[in-house]
Design a protein around this ligand. Structure first.
Ligand SMILES: Cc1ncc(C[n+]2csc(CCOP(=O)(O)OP(=O)(O)O)c2C)c(N)n1
Length: 387
């Protein structure tokens, strides 16, 4: 069946928990339905072949496995905390697949699948959540910057970086391979932060090459999105004078198509854009909260039926682009990843006391060097044999 998915006139009235009635537009870019059927879109076509879709499916399955293992490791006490990304794999992999050679990613703390796609080692990521290192991974090499636990702050870092790309002459060059852009991720709750509004103002004023990617998973811990915004988030972009788009965040094809459009535009020097990926956090906010206290089981069940991995698997199997042998081999790869993570987490090196100084300062001021030496000597005194 061929239908057009972009319908700006359709909207529904939603009553928020506080009793406010708001209009929620259904303008929504979708290329693959929850049943795995292709949809035509007047503006956004999918520009890649089945092999790319299968590669995206692989990233989604591995991302989910990493997440599932990390959640279990936290429950066993091997990690201090974990923010699950269950259900957000298409939003992450679709946008991650749109990245180019010179692009840079500024994540929040939940973009585990994007991190893996950028080549971040899963065990390096787990160091943060085990509390053994604050350095995590080589963000310059991966072009995937460090996780930000302060909500929304990375939007400003990303915008500043994008302005730097402009000044380094890496935007709007004739050769598209010479251009870069910045992709910044944050959640629906982060849009209530001043940092995000400031970042949008700067990005729009300077036409910075930055794409704001909101994963609207509909909950900011226990706060539903309707309490935070009276209009759909993508419409806020208009107030800053930049394009805003809402995409089905559980549709990896649509997310890739829309993010490619926005990043291409930014690299050409045509300015920022905001993408709202409408998705759902199927798990807890972090392993320290309990979503059954604030949301309904029916809501969770309705979103499980829109599982981003199942729809793309159904689609590719239906076309004969993959078969059971392909899925079995992916399951084996996923199992090997799980074994590596479970085996490796206990081997992560304990932090060394001297690193607190060595890794904080490029050159240590003399007064602090003296304090370091005194403190290390004090600590070492406990190791000496009693006389
Ligand atoms: C500046 C700041 N304020 C408050 C918090 C506490 N906090 C941690 S997560 C969170 C909700 C974030 O929700 P959202 O932006 O939707 O992202 P999600 O976790 O759903 O991906 C809050 C308020 C924080 N980390 N930083």
């Amino acid at each position: 069946m061929v239908t057009t998915s972009t319908n700006p006139d359709a909207s529904e009235t939603v009553v928020t928990p506080g009793g406010t009635r708001i209009e929620r537009s259904e303008e929504f870019i979708q290329l693959l339905t929850p049943d795995g059927e292709r949809v035509d879109d007047e503006t956004f076509a999918y520009a890649h072949d089945d092999a790319t879709i299968a590669a995206n499916l692989r990233h989604m399955v591995l991302g989910r496995r990493f997440d599932t293992e990390a959640t279990a490791l936290q429950r066993k006490g091997e990690l201090g905390l974990w923010p699950p990304s269950l259900g957000q794999e298409a939003a992450q992999v679709g946008s991650g697949a749109a990245l180019g050679r010179l692009d840079e990613v500024f994540p929040s703390y939940r973009e585990h699948s994007v991190a893996l796609m950028c080549g971040v080692d899963p065990l390096d990521m787990l160091q943060t959540f085990r509390g053994t290192s604050m350095i995590d991974w080589d963000s310059r090499r991966a072009r995937f910057h460090l996780y930000s636990f302060v909500i929304g702050t990375q939007a400003l870092h990303a915008t500043g970086y994008a302005m730097g790309l402009q000044r380094d002459g890496l935007v709007g060059n004739d050769d598209p391979d010479d251009n870069g852009a910045v992709l910044v991720y944050f959640g629906d709750g982060a849009t209530s932060q001043g940092d995000v509004s400031e970042a949008l103002v700067f990005a729009a004023s300077y036409q910075a090459p930055v794409v704001f990617f909101v994963q609207n998973n509909q909950w900011a811990i226990s706060e539903p999105i309707e309490v935070q915004s009276r209009i759909p988030l993508y419409r806020r972009a208009a107030g800053f004078g930049i394009p805003g788009l809402r995409v089905d965040g559980n549709d990896v094809l649509a997310v890739q198509a829309v993010t490619e459009w926005a990043l291409d535009r930014a690299r050409r020097g045509e300015g920022p854009a905001l993408i709202e990926a409408f998705t759902y956090r199927m798990g807890a906010h972090t392993t320290s909260d309990d979503p059954t206290k604030y949301r309904r089981r029916e809501e969770e069940a309705a979103w499980r039926a829109k599982d981003p991995i199942e729809r793309v698997t159904t689609y590719l199997l239906g076309r004969g682009a993959i078969d059971q042998a392909w899925l079995d081999s992916l399951a084996e790869e996923s199992e090997a990843l799980g074994v590596r993570i479970r085996g490796g987490v206990g081997q992560l090196p304990e932090p060394r006391l001297e690193d607190f100084w060595a890794l904080t300062y490029a050159s240590l001021p003399p007064g602090l060097a003296q304090q370091r030496d005194e403190y290390l000597a004090y600590e070492a005194s406990f190791d000496e044999e009693p006389a």
